[in-house]
Design a protein around this ligand. Structure first.
Ligand SMILES: Cc1ncc(COP(=O)(O)O)c(C=O)c1O
Length: 305
């Protein structure tokens, strides 16, 4: 339809409106000639850069051996579910791919209800109720914040409460933090701070770095779950092998988070914040409620008849 000159509004993939930061794009040019396969878990220097990033930004420690680089976090989510044989408690509303992935793998999805009055965030009592009602199964919960579709996120207190319940019932938490760096105020906090031994952080370059098409995702796995890193690597070895070599080399530059990258992020956040409140106000003017996003580039209008 686009080729026919028709106007198409794409409501599918959540795409950053911004270009890849210049120094990162320059790094890709520099490494374009690199042609060999890389290690299955990812280029060592890149995994080291990811480890340092979490150390600096969240104060959480991971071992380089337990960082996995994949062709998008989506693929890493899928293979983590493949090797874990767990039920998937999933707060609703949710990003569109978690439940279909579970379905493909024959895993059970249990939707956890959220409420408009609580900004569509998961209340720890909802998780507790679910855990009490399903005592005999192993559970891996994907907790997406900043959230797609709502744009909302948790404060430290809320994260602590969820972490406490997850710890009590042995639930492994996979926070999908792919939008973390797009918190409008740059104040993203990871639940890994409060439950380091049971949290596997999923993220990547697709959103904050404007690089969805680069297909670079990261999993940071605590040492207590290093068996998972090895099992995921076995699957990766027999499927995608490794992420494109030039992309991995160039991504090291992105994870430096130096002044140039921080400046890019500050400008991105400012534009996104302005856009969010503009859209929020305009929907409000025509009586359509939307939560005011804390970050991301998604918006969740509630159309009620
Ligand atoms: C919440 C969420 N998680 C994960 C992804 C996929 O990210 P990636 O490009 O790393 O596979 C998306 C992309 O739309 C997303 O919105």
């Amino acid at each position: 339809m686009i080729a026919q000159g028709k106007k198409v509004y794409k409501l599918g993939l959540g795409q950053s409106p911004f270009p890849v930061p210049t120094p990162v794009a320059e790094a890709l040019k520099k490494y374009a000639h690199i042609k060999d396969y890389l290690p299955v878990k990812g280029l060592y220097e890149l995994r080291e850069a990811v480890k340092k990033y979490y150390q600096k930004s969240q104060g959480v420690e991971f071992e380089v051996e337990n960082i996995i680089i994949g062709p998008g976090s989506k693929e890493l989510m899928f293979i983590s579910q493949l090797v874990m044989y767990s039920e998937l408690p999933l707060p609703s509303p949710s990003w569109v791919s978690y439940a279909p992935q579970a379905k493909i793998l024959g895993r059970k999805v249990s939707w956890l209800e959220t409420k408009k009055e609580y900004d569509w965030l998961l209340g720890s009592e909802v998780l507790e109720h679910y855990c009490k009602s399903n005592p005999n199964t192993s559970k891996v919960m994907i907790l997406n914040y900043l959230n797609n579709p709502t744009g909302k996120t948790y404060n430290e207190e809320q994260l602590k409460e969820i972490a406490e319940v997850a710890k009590k019932y042995g639930v492994i938490v996979i926070p999908d933090e792919i939008y973390g760096e797009l918190h409008h105020e740059g104040e993203h906090v990871s639940i890994a701070k409060f439950y380091p031994e049971g949290t596997i952080i999923s993220s990547g370059l697709s959103k904050w770095c404007g690089a969805g098409g680069w297909r670079l995702g990261t999993f940071a796995i605590p040492k207590e779950c290093s068996w998972l890193a090895d099992k995921m690597a076995s699957v990766a070895s027999e499927t995608f092998t490794s992420v494109s070599a030039p992309i991995q080399y160039a991504s090291i530059r992105a994870f430096e988070f130096d002044d140039e990258i921080m400046d890019y992020l500050r400008r991105s956040r400012k534009i996104l914040k302005t856009l969010s409140s503009y859209i929020y106000d305009n929907f409000k003017n025509v009586c359509i409620e939307t939560p005011l996003a804390d970050g991301t580039f998604t918006i969740y209008p509630i159309f009620q008849i």
